[in-house]
Design a protein around this ligand. Structure first.
Ligand SMILES: Cc1cc2nc3c(=O)[nH]c(=O)nc-3n(C[C@H](O)[C@H](O)[C@H](O)COP(=O)(O)OP(=O)(O)OC[C@H]3O[C@@H](n4cnc5c(N)ncnc54)[C@H](O)[C@@H]3O)c2cc1C
Length: 523
């Protein structure tokens, strides 16, 4: 297969990019692939909404810029923060034009909510299902274009670079992909390849991310020697449901704490006032560390979120999703305490990109959660990630349009690119071994590379992950390729880079916390 543009991932970033480019250039051929179904990714689970300045009577760009910079512990890139926030409202209007519904007040103005770290109400939302609504509208829109084709159940194996072509153009030429439908490994060559593969939450035992979030784009980029940045800055959401069955957790939005839900430890004590004057509404990283501290001191597995004092109609009307999810696991948030634990939620770091989402390799872009733009600094401000995705998708699409006209590689070259070495794959995992290594990796990451780190723990993790890495290489070399081995290969590489980058950091900033360095004044 050959195409002008290959987009790997169909969340908000991949879909928005494809729509923008298809609108700009109806003759450009765009192929989208995704691991699972079109709608499965972090986007669809976003609850809160998008942070965009839209009520200019009260809010200003400068206020949002300041909030973003402060939330990022003053580590964000000022230039990036500035243009993302200023361009946000145009991009939001496009989402609306494409059919996305957002809650409105009686006067047809957008209904805005406020989240932790924001100085004004500016979160544009659709009930507590904002991501699902955005995903729905974008999928519908993408299907309108004749020049966009999409392929579900197609899994990225490796990017095609000079390594495979034995050339020295220093470019990306597309990707090798497992097609679980055709049961083969195919080569998709492309003038431009775009990674929009989302997050890496599955590296941890507890995560709000769905199963697709195994850091695949980062793993593939790392093997292609593309630069990864700031991986240690993983944001943990303070309140995910403590699951009865491992892996079956979901996020309990902080808006519930905004309405008055209180965190309590196993002794029934409200504890947040010990940690921060804003108590339950302290910044996410502070609340997550406070909860872990209580769990460690009390040797418990979780703490409780008590929402029973919130008026019933508020819970039922504002949080239908939470109520439904809680009830599905036998908890009634109107009368029961909800067991919660911090869970890996968002990767602030990722593939280094410039202001147009170009990576350090020609012909390769990265957009959205798999990228590192500099917007979030050391900690993401709530609801700034969907914003980042729509702004950078637009910029990347406009820049790709220009790139297509200047590609120095002739069409014939793509015909010379070799096929994948063995063209078949198996769905029969070397099951036990792969699962075993994956469990070990998640345990190391959760225990040594989680919310609290120590240098000793990181050094132990480094050694252990290196060992696992070689086990995975052996698995990869002697077995038929499988989706599970692909994921594990990515996870172990990303984990190793994250540990190495963590060991270089000598200061606690934002979500990064090493006990061996000067305590963050807040905890
Ligand atoms: C529970 C939850 C709540 C959130 N709430 C908010 C919020 O309110 N506001 C906000 O701004 N942000 C929120 N976020 C973060 C935000 O949703 C994500 O950062 C954003 O949606 C990421 O979009 P994306 O397009 O980069 O990736 P995703 O939406 O994760 O899409 C990734 C895509 O890549 C594909 N993919 C992955 N690996 C491969 C592979 N190997 N081969 C082929 N395809 C692959 C997947 O199939 C998928 O299509 C939340 C996240 C979660 C998990």
């Amino acid at each position: 297969m050959h195409t002008d543009i290959l987009v790997i991932g169909t969340g908000v970033s991949g879909l928005t990019y494809a729509i923008k480019l298809a609108e700009k250039s109806p003759t450009t051929k765009i192929k989208l692939i995704c691991k699972n179904t079109l709608d499965e990714g972090n986007t669809r689970y976003a609850q809160g909404g998008i942070a965009v300045v839209s009520n200019f009577l009260k809010d200003t760009f400068d206020k949002h810029i300041k909030d973003t910079y402060i939330a990022g512990d003053q580590q964000g890139d000022n230039q990036v923060i500035d243009f993302v926030i200023r361009e946000g409202s145009d991009r939001l209007n496009e989402l609306i034009d494409w059919g996305t519904q957002f809650d409105q007040k009686e006067n047809n103005l957008l209904d805005l909510t406020k989240e932790g770290g924001h100085s004004e109400k500016r979160i544009v939302h659709f009930k507590d299902r904002s991501g699902a609504e955005i995903q729905r509208a974008l999928i519908k829109k993408v299907k309108e274009f004749d020049n966009i084709e999409y392929f579900e159940n197609h899994i990225l194996v490796d990017l095609i670079t000079d390594h495979q072509t034995k050339t020295n153009h220093q470019r990306c030429y597309g990707a090798y992909v497992i097609s679980t439908l055709n049961e083969e490994i195919i080569k998709i060559t492309a003038q431009i390849t775009v990674l929009t593969t989302g997050g890496l939450g599955q590296l941890y035992d507890f995560t709000t991310n769905p199963v697709i979030a195994t850091g695949d784009g980062l793993g593939a980029a790392c093997r292609a020697k593309v630069r990864l940045e700031k991986l240690p800055f993983v944001q943990f959401h303070p309140t995910a449901l403590f699951p009865k069955v491992k892996g079956e957790t979901f996020l309990i939005t902080e808006a519930l704490r905004g309405e008055g839900a209180i965190l309590k430890n196993h002794l029934g004590e409200a504890f947040m006032e010990k940690y921060h004057p804003n108590k339950e509404l302290a910044p996410r990283d502070v609340v997550a560390r406070a909860i872990m501290q209580e769990i460690n001191v009390q040797k418990s597995k979780y703490v409780y979120l008590d929402a029973t004092q919130i008026p019933k109609d508020i819970i039922l009307n504002h949080f239908p999703n939470i109520v439904e999810n809680c009830r599905s696991v036998g908890i009634n948030p109107l009368s029961d305490l909800i067991p919660v634990i911090p869970a890996a939620h968002y990767s602030c770091g990722g593939i280094k990109v410039d202001e147009n989402s170009r990576t350090t390799l020609e012909g390769l872009y990265a957009i959205g959660e798999c990228s590192h733009t500099g917007l979030h600094g050391a900690n993401r401000l709530a609801s700034n990630s969907l914003l980042e995705s729509i702004v950078f998708s637009h910029r990347a699409a406009m820049n790709s349009y220009r790139d297509l006209k200047n590609n120095p590689i002739g069409e014939d070259f793509y015909l010379t690119i070799p096929n994948w070495k063995g063209q078949s794959y198996t769905n029969i995992n070397p099951a036990k071994q792969t699962k075993n290594i994956r469990n070990q990796l998640c345990q190391i990451m959760s225990e040594q590379v989680g919310i609290f780190k120590t240098t000793k723990g990181l050094l132990t993790a480094q050694k252990q992950i290196k060992h696992l890495y070689f086990e995975v290489v052996e698995l990869y070399n002697i077995n038929k390729l499988s989706p599970q081995i692909c994921e594990l290969r990515n996870m172990v590489s990303v984990a190793y880079v994250m540990v190495n980058q963590s060991l270089i950091l000598t200061q606690n900033k934002g979500v990064f916390y090493n006990h061996d360095y000067e305590a963050n004044p807040i905890l």
